[in-house]
Design a protein around this ligand. Sequence first.
Ligand code: NDP
Length: 439
Amino acid sequence: MTLIFVNIFQKRTKMGPNKKAAKHRLSHETEREFGGTLGAVCIPIFLPLTVLFLICVSQSPEANVFQLPPRLPTTDQLWDPLAPMLLLGWIGLHALLYMMPLGKVSEGLVLRNGTRLKYPINGFHSLCISAVLLMLLLAFGAPLGYLFELLVPLAVSAIAVSFLFSIYLYVRSFWAPSHALALGGDTGNPLYDFFIGRELNPRVGNFDLKYFCELRPGLIGWVVINLGMLMKEVELRGSPSLSMILVNCFQLLYVADALWNEEAVLTTMDIVHDGFGFMLVFGDLAWVPFTYSLQASFLVVHPQTLSLLKAAVIVALNGVGYYIFRRSNSQKNQFRRDPTHPSVSGLETIATATGKRLLVSGWWGLVRHPNYLGDLLMALAWSLPCGFSHVLPYFYVIYFTILLIHREARDDRQCRAKYGLAWDTYCRRVPYRIFPYLY
Ligand code: NDP
């Protein structure tokens, strides 16, 4: 799951000419992302505050995101010594699971120096082992519902770890050879480079720090937080509500799917293109687990009654979204891996000057990003169990719509640069970007 969580802030700004730029600093790429230096200064201040603000709002009786002055935690809410211990223990556990000789080993794409890195594909094993450990903890009476009280201190700890880890990554990148730096992450501006990430694939021995953070501690942490919210509901009301069960199941399915298809992350923008800096570290370790779990924390304080009929409609919506999301992603992955495979060989395609072909029928003939359409339908299904009384549970679907519209525009630019006229032909054949007949 590529967590380009702050794409919404991404703007392309012109960078001033740097006459002394070393050759490897791609001075020909005269663009900085995320609002350049200003973005690199503001985002690391603004987004951590947003995380704390949203958690506080979700736990408050009013749950009003528009309340002025905005609701922020008091200083005594920020700290609990248990939080950093739990967080570091969790990260340590997943580091151990990562190193266990389980699952297969896959190679990433070819790097600039012609080599390919090896990655363990055992994220799904980590999820299963985490689930067994959690069940054991629950069987021994561990108060998992206490995660509700710990949310703010845990988020503060995750933010602090993100800053410290990003500083480490920035400093160590000066010992990396130039071919190991991300294009666009070595501008010479320390604030921007710290934010965007200098080194492409920082490793300690064989342990790949970026790949580890992408899908494991934060993503699995998200569903553990959800489970904690469910247990809090059980403490408060004796049993989990239907809404809480739906939110937990939907999001667990999404996370399990990402880990089951872990190999696909090796070709994403995050792994292939982006350096590992504050942007990705914070997104993986703080933004995803603490903002994607807002519906569950909201439901603890704002119980909803959901009829079976409404629940069935929501389940159907999530099912349709998941079906479109999975089938379209798998179709493209299969086509890119082996265009002669029987499941894709009958599809209509157009040739491009690069030798690669583009699908113009099947899912990719419906809209230009059917996978985003499916993802957005699921995002809506995760919010609907929370009713219509508050905006907060819809934060994810609103944020995600903006993110994916922006991401689509970014991908469109990149594909036009890659495929030129063939891309224009594809756009004429498939005029809608994400929503059929709408956009
Ligand atoms: P996509 O999987 O949509 O890949 C886009 C690439 O696919 C293009 O650059 C092009 O690459 C190829 N492509 C585009 N059109 C065609 C075509 N017609 N035929 C063949 N190939 C084509 O990229 P993302 O990484 O943005 O999305 C992956 C998934 O991750 C999506 O389902 C998305 O919803 C999800 N996601 C989730 C997020 C979250 O926080 N939950 C955040 C971001 C994404 P090329 O031609 O070089 O192969």
